[in-house]
Design a protein around this ligand. Structure first.
Ligand code: SAH
Length: 342
C-alpha cells in the first residue's frame, strides 16, 4: 500500500494495532512530509523493528515523469501511474507563491462539450495517495514548496469525494505538508449534493464553480451535469456555501465565441448572482482541436466584463495562463497520445 494515502488518524490506528503508541504515527507523518524521507529506515526516532515493519507494509510511491513542458511562469507535468494511466499537473508561479493544479481522476465522465478531458471518459478515480504524490513529485522536481493546491486538473473532484477529502486531510495537516485549507481550492462542475457535504466539513476552503452558462438551455448543451442539477439548484447551493463558510465563491466562465459571450448572457449572469458574494472569473478559451469552439474576441470579452462590473460584481479576467504549456484541461495528455499514436 502507498503510504501517501494514509491520513494521520489512520496511521495512529495502524500503530495502535501494532501495539505501539499513536504518537509514533506523528513521527512518521512528520518524517514523510516535513523531512521528506525517501526510505522508512530514515524515519526519525522510531526503533529499528518498527521501521522494518513499515517497509514491509507500505511503499513510498511517486508517479513517473513522462514529459515536462515549461512556460514563462508555468510548468506542466505529465505523469505515469503504476497501472500506466497518464495524469497531468500544472505548477503556476504567482506573486503569492507556487500553486499546483492537480488531477483528481484518470479521464472525466462529465463530458463538457468544450473540454478536452471529456474525450477521455473516466477510467478510474485517483486515490488520495496518487493525489498527494503529485504534490510531492512536483516539489521534488522543482525543489520548491507548493503553497497552494487547486483541484482543477483532469477529473471532477466531487465525483471522487472520499479520496479527494482524504487527500485534503493529508496535505492540510499541520504536522504534514501544512497547506492550510485557505490555500486549497476545489473546482466543480456542480454536483450539488456533494457541495452540501463539502460545506459541512471543518473549515472548507475556497470553492470555484465551473458555471460557463447563465441559463439552463445553454448550460444543458455545454455541460450535461446541468440536466441533473440545474442552474437554480446550483446557485442555491452556492449561496448556502457562502452563508455557511462566510467565503466568497468564484464562478468560472469560459468565453466561447458566439455561444455564451453575448451581452444578454452577462445580464443573465448578473441576475443569478444578485447581491450574493460571488466573484466571476472570465477565462479566455484555450482552443482545443476538433471540439468546434473558438475563443471570444477581446472586444466581446471587454463588453461582457463591463456589464458585470457596472452591476457592482467583482469580475476578473484570467490571463491566459499556460497556453504555452498546453495547460487547459487534458491538452498535454491529448497531444502526447496523438504524438505516440496511442
Ligand atoms: N471538473 C472540475 C475541474 C476540472 S476543469 C470543474 O469542472 O470545475 C478546470 C476548468 O477548466 C473548468 O472550469 C473547465 O470548464 C475549464 N476548461 C476546460 N477546458 C478548457 C479550455 N479548453 N479552455 C479554458 N478552460 C477550460
Amino acid at each position: 500500500m502507498n503510504i501517501y494515502g494514509q491520513t494521520l488518524p489512520q496511521l495512529k490506528e495502524y500503530m495502535v494495532q501494532l501495539g505501539e503508541k499513536p504518537s509514533k504515527a506523528v513521527f512518521l507523518f512528520k518524517g514523510l512530509y516535513q523531512q521528506k524521507i525517501q526510505n522508512f529506515m530514515d524515519t526519525p526516532i522510531l526503533k529499528e523493528a518498527l521501521k522494518i515493519q513499515l517497509a514491509q507494509d507500505f511503499q513510498m510511491q511517486l508517479p513517473i515523469l513522462v514529459e515536462q513542458t515549461a512556460g514563462e511562469d508555468t510548468a506542466k507535468f505529465l505523469f505515469k501511474l503504476e497501472d500506466g494511466s497518464l495524469i497531468e499537473a500544472v505548477l503556476m508561479k504567482q506573486k503569492y507563491g507556487n500553486s499546483l493544479c492537480i488531477s483528481s481522476q484518470v479521464g472525466c465522465n462529465m463530458a463538457c462539450a468544450f473540454c478536452q478531458s471529456g474525450r477521455f471518459k473516466r477510467v478510474r478515480n485517483l486515490t488520495a495517495a496518487e493525489m498527494v504524490a503529485q504534490v510531492l513529485a512536483v516539489e521534488k522536481l522543482v525543489e520548491e514548496k507548493v503553497n497552494n493546491v487547486v483541484l482543477m486538473g483532469i477529473g471532477e473532484p466531487l465525483d471522487n469525494y472520499d479520496e479527494v477529502t482524504a487527500f485534503i486531510d493529508i496535505v492540510s495537516h499541520q504536522q504534514g505538508l501544512a497547506i492550510g485549507m485557505r490555500h486549497i481550492t476545489l473546482s466543480t462542475c456542480g454536483i450539488v449534493p456533494r457541495i452540501y457535504d463539502y460545506m459541512e466539513r471543518e473549515a472548507p476552503g475556497p470553492l470555484a464553480i465551473s458555471l460557463h452558462a447563465p441559463n439552463n438551455e445553454l448550460r444543458n448543451q455545454l455541460m450535461p451535469i446541468n440536466r441533473r442539477y440545474p442552474v437554480e439548484e446550483l446557485m442555491t447551493a452556492v449561496k448556502a456555501y457562502i452563508a455557511k463558510t462566510n467565503k466568497k465563491v468564484m464562478l468560472e466562465y469560459v468565453m466561447l465565441d458566439g455561444i455564451n459571450d453575448k451581452p444578454e448572457h452577462a445580464h443573465q449572469l448578473a441576475a443569478l448572482i444578485e447581491s450574493s458574494d460571488c466573484h466571476v472569473n472570465l477565462i479566455p478559451y484555450n482552443a482545443t482541436q476538433n471540439l468546434g469552439f473558438a475563443p471570444s474576441s477581446m472586444e466581446n470579452i471587454k463588453i461582457f466584463y463591463d456589464i458585470l462590473r457596472d452591476k457592482g460584481i467583482f469580475v476578473n479576467l484570467r490571463r491566459e495562463f499556460g497556453a504555452s504549456v498546453q495547460a487547459a484541461c487534458g491538452q498535454l495528455k491529448a497531444n502526447y497520445l496523438e504524438k505516440t499514436n496511442m
